[in-house]
Design a protein around this ligand. Structure first.
Ligand code: ARG
Length: 478
């Protein structure tokens, strides 16, 4: 089949040009969105008497057929037809002749691809909101059963103060909640319908942009045709939100890797989500967590690649914009896998509660509370800090813990020590005494878990109310 645009060309493009220029190899996944956009574009053309109703009906029927052919892997895409738009249009021309040639009236590939990418982005965001809330749900459920599970809180990766596993995991819940709200914000901002922008200067046909906007369930129309065909900032926003989400996931993955080390032994990963070593039989490796950490680098790289591609482009459409696809698709695929695998890894893991407790004791994490104990007895904090430092050194030299030291040993450091000091340095008492909003006290974290459960069900309702283009397509073509 000859090219759809070669009227002014005296000869064919070279093989290398076709190979270099074509995007069909990596954008086939856009086919449902391209078909959906064309379906309502052609309906609008007929409504406006720009083409005949019978032509529109035949084209819509052809779109249904090609949709099912592609879906069932029975359609062969042609590299010479360059992209998804022309591959689909060529099918209509092949099967409908003259009629098929009427589809592209009042439209350019520039506004067509802008529409396809926005539609695709909507489904991607909806899908990732679901995956992200599933991860949050799992973290929250683990927190719910571990509000009294003591573990060391760290600063500089040194045991610092006692916290609970619930408190630690709920920190990630907050990060992922913000990530979720960013995705909702982005969806709302990208919810603009670009078709009707033409190549860049709109069109003189009496089109009805509002009809297409309503049929495709967009909130608004893009307000400037030049902006609409040249802007990819909604992709940048998604990739930036994903990069930050990947950073959060990478931190959590890093902790899982550390906790899984035999030297820590805080977590037990399920065999189904671990791997072995080809040479060292004793090993059980946290490859899944390492890949979550590793892939985050690639996602951050894709974001900067996209920004550099856009930087310095003159208005309006330039073919550079075709470079948005591979990195955006790879980012969304990888983020989806990372979210799902991290959720599975956590949901199937178990925690070594006693090891975490012992690590909290061995790290002398009660020291701050012991200093506060002397402050309450009237000593200035700096003096207390000094005294407790000496006690920690003695305990460390003797290879014992603060709760194992005798009252006599304490009294050699200060006569203010009494037997009640042991109540003060009880680990559960320490975390329970921190009951401000955001603190580790079991009643505070339990309440936070409840707040998160309410939040989760609100997000599910909100996500279900977002319009999914794929669902629209299935409804239109059934
Ligand atoms: N494959 C192209 C892209 O992804 C579609 C738009 C082509 N437009 C054009 N004027 N060559 O950007």
């Amino acid at each position: 089949m000859e090219k759809l645009w070669n009227g002014r060309f005296a000869k064919d493009t070279s093989k290398e040009t076709d190979l270099f220029n074509a995007s069909i190899g990596f954008e086939q996944r856009l086919y449902p969105y391209d078909i959906l956009g064309s379906y309502y574009h052609v309906q609008m053309l007929a409504n406006q008497n720009i083409i005949d109703d019978s032509d529109a009906a035949a084209i819509q029927d052809g779109l249904k057929k090609v949709y099912h052919l592609i879906k069932s892997d029975s359609y062969t895409f042609k590299l010479s037809l360059e992209d998804i738009h022309m591959n689909i249009e060529a099918y209509l021309i092949d099967t409908l002749g003259e009629t098929g040639k009427r589809l592209h009236t009042g439209r350019s590939r520039n506004d067509q691809v802008a529409l396809d990418m926005r539609l695709y982005a909507k489904d991607v965001v909806i899908d990732q909101i679901k995956k992200l809330t599933a991860l949050i749900e799992t973290l929250n459920a683990i927190a719910k059963v571990h509000t009294k599970t003591i573990m060391p809180g760290f600063t500089h990766l040194q045991q610092a103060q006692p916290i609970t596993l619930a408190h630690h995991l709920l920190a990630y819940v907050e990060k992922f909640k913000r990530d979720t709200s960013r995705l909702f914000d982005i969806y709302a901002r990208l919810d603009e319908m670009p078709l009707g922008s033409g190549a860049l200067a709109s069109t003189s046909y009496p089109i009805n942009r509002d009809f297409v906007k309503d049929a495709l369930v967009f909130d608004r129309l893009t307000a400037n045709s030049i902006d609409a065909v040249s802007d990819r900032d909604y992709l940048v926003e998604i990739m930036a939100a994903y990069a930050l989400m990947a950073v959060h996931m990478s931190s959590l993955a890093e902790e899982i890797i550390i906790w899984n080390s035999q030297l820590f032994n805080f977590i037990e990963l399920d065999d189904a989500y671990s791997t072995g070593s080809s040479i060292m039989p004793q090993k059980k490796n946290p490859d899944i967590a390492e890949l979550v950490r590793g892939k985050s680098g690639r996602i951050i790289g894709h974001l900067s690649g996209m920004l550099v591609t856009l930087k310095g482009l003159p208005l309006a459409y330039n073919k550079d914009l075709q470079e948005d696809k591979e990195s955006f698709f790879d980012t969304t695929d990888q983020i989806g896998n990372m979210l799902s695998m991290l959720e599975r890894l956590l949901a199937t893991a178990s925690f070594n509660v006693e090891t975490m407790y012992q690590a909290t004791l061995k790290g002398f994490t009660e020291a701050t509370d012991l200093a506060d104990y002397l402050v309450k007895k009237g000593l200035p904090f700096r003096d207390c800090h000094h005294i407790i430092g000496a006690i920690v050194k003695e305990a460390s030299d003797r290879g014992t813990t603060l709760s194992e030291m005798t009252l006599d040993a304490y009294k050699t450091h200060s006569s203010l020590f009494e037997a009640d000091l042991y109540d003060v340095i009880d680990l559960l008492a320490i975390v329970s005494s921190r009951r401000h909003t955001g603190g580790p006290a079991p009643e505070v974290t339990a309440a936070q878990v409840g707040t998160n459960e309410t939040w989760l069900s609100a997000q599910k309702t909100a996500a279900a109310s977002l319009s999914s283009p794929l669902a629209l397509l299935e409804a239109a073509l059934k």
